[in-house]
Ligand binder design. Structure first.
Ligand code: IPM
Ligand code: MG
Length: 370
């Protein structure tokens, strides 16, 4: 029986509260026998800054590099608004993504049947929605140099961010998109701004060339990213896999999250390349939502995106597809019983807190495995 090592990085705001619920789920799987999960914990974001003066310590970074998977909560909050830029809470997450080379960020947007009414869009537009946003995660304007603010000396300052992509970065994310599409509905929509940006021209070129080179069984469509954002709210079910750069992926995935009812519902997986010898990938799993400082400590946070992120870990890091399906089903069943955290509440449903939602999902796991 294998033992898998998880590094838990709860982070800030609601991060620690929702991580408590994932720990319940991990203990539940450990109690079933079979493979087991060993967990270690570290600090990231503002909590790491308070303890060590940096957004993640070298020691925790080393643990992340060695772990079979990192389970990440959320970072940031007003408390750290004025800390120096390079040690701001988000820098911890960005360093993890960069140093672990997690170039492929999977952000599925699935509308649970019970939540079709919670979306701000009409029910028929989002009912049955199942799309995957594949966001490039280690390049683009997030990491491009120069990245500066310069004093021009005349009372003006100049800010520069650099959007930069090399062929290999676009090619590997395009390949991942085509491969995921093959396991789904066979369609990829690539989004960029080739009408304005050189990086968009190259993106379009490389995605097209990669498609011709062994992936022509998958349907490929190109869309300008602004039009893509509009289509995402107009008729989201036209999409299967959307592939885009780091910044467009950040924005479009927040839009997609709201289609599903709440940002509190969207899990994500960030994966590196498969090791040629072991086939293993470095991986980090995190909810798409942030640290929600406004509700931190109130027990109202929705733990579903965090728990569904662990389901993605079961699926993508540990090849436990049946277990991942069961956990996803347990979430759907808890929702089907009418339980809702505040963010997804609607008329006729029962509003519960973070830990009650976690317990309800455990109860559904018990029922499913009985
Ligand atoms: C996300 C977040 C991060 C990002 C922040 C916290 C740096 O918004 O994962 O979508 O911009 O990538
Ligand atoms: Mg974001």
């Amino acid at each position: 029986m294998a033992t898998h090592n998880l590094l838990l990085l709860p982070g800030d705001g609601i991060g620690p509260e929702i991580m408590v619920e994932v720990k319940k789920v991990i203990s539940w799987f450990n109690a079933q026998g079979g493979d087991s999960f060993e967990t270690d914990e570290g600090l990231v974001g503002g909590s790491a800054y308070d303890a060590h003066g940096v957004a993640i310590s070298e020691e925790d970074m080393a643990k992340a590099m060695a772990a079979d998977a990192v389970i990440f909560g959320a970072v940031g909050g007003p408390k750290w608004d004025s800390v120096p830029y390079d040690v701001r809470p988000e820098a911890g997450l960005l360093r993890l993504r960069k140093d672990m080379e997690l170039f492929a960020n999977l952000r599925p947007a699935i509308c649970y049947p019970a939540l079709a009414d919670a979306s701000s869009l009409k029910k028929d537009i989002i009912e049955g929605l199942d799309i995957l946003i594949l966001r490039e995660l280690t390049g683009g304007v997030y990491f491009g140099e120069p990245k500066t603010i310069t004093d021009l000396g005349n009372g003006q300052k100049r800010a520069i961010d650099t959007q930069v992509y090399d062929t290999y970065e676009i090619e590997r994310i395009a390949k991942a998109a085509f491969e995921f599409a093959r396991t789904r509905n066979g369609k990829v929509t690539s989004m960029e701004k080739r009408n304005v940006m050189k990086s968009g021209v190259l993106w379009n070129e490389v995605v097209t060339a990669t498609h011709k080179n062994g992936y022509e069984d998958v349907k490929l469509e190109h869309m300008l990213a602004d039009a893509g954002g509009m289509q995402l709210v107009r008729w989201p079910k036209q999409f299967d896999v959307i592939v885009c750069d780091n910044l467009f992926g950040d924005m479009l995935s927040d839009v997609a999250a709201m289609l599903t009812g709440s940002l509190g519902m969207l899990p994500s997986a960030s994966l590196g390349a498969a090791d040629p010898k072991t086939g293993k990938r470095k991986a980090l799993y995190e909810p798409v939502h942030g640290s929600a400082p406004d509700i931190a400590g109130t027990g109202a946070a929705n733990p579903i995106a965090m728990i569904a992120s662990f389901a993605m870990a079961l699926r993508y890091s540990f090849e436990k597809v049946a277990e991942a399906d069961m956990l996803d089903k347990a979430i759907a069943n808890a929702l089907a019983k009418g339980l809702r955290t505040k963010d997804i509440a609607s008329e006729g449903t029962k509003v519960v807190g973070t830990s009650e939602m976690g317990d309800a999902i455990i109860a559904e796991l018990n029922a499913l495995s009985a």
